[in-house]
Design a protein around this ligand. Sequence first.
Ligand code: FES
Length: 112
Amino acid sequence: MMVEVRFLHADGEGQSVGQGGGDTSLLTLAQSLGLPLEGTCEGQMACSTCHIIVDPAHFALLPPASEAEEDMLDFAAGACRTSRLACQIRLGDCPSQLTVKLPRESHNMQGL
Ligand code: FES
């Protein structure tokens, strides 16, 4: 099943839409769209530069975060109640439509 993901840009002004499924992670999809998620540790849960904020309406539809992911989110700048690590979300486990927002901090890291 393909999942359609809408990424709202950090400046609140644009969005990117991508599709994927199976074992592809939300981080991989975001990077394939050229979005500024660094994902420095490549999914090892050692960085938190893949932090995204899930639309509250979709948050409960995702498999819950592991304790290790929760711990790493404590270090993410601008983290909130519906924050997740994009490297830990497998598209095959997502609802068919998902909306997430890029945190402002990931934008700043690009020096923009
Ligand atoms: S890529 Fe490092 S925690 Fe997700």
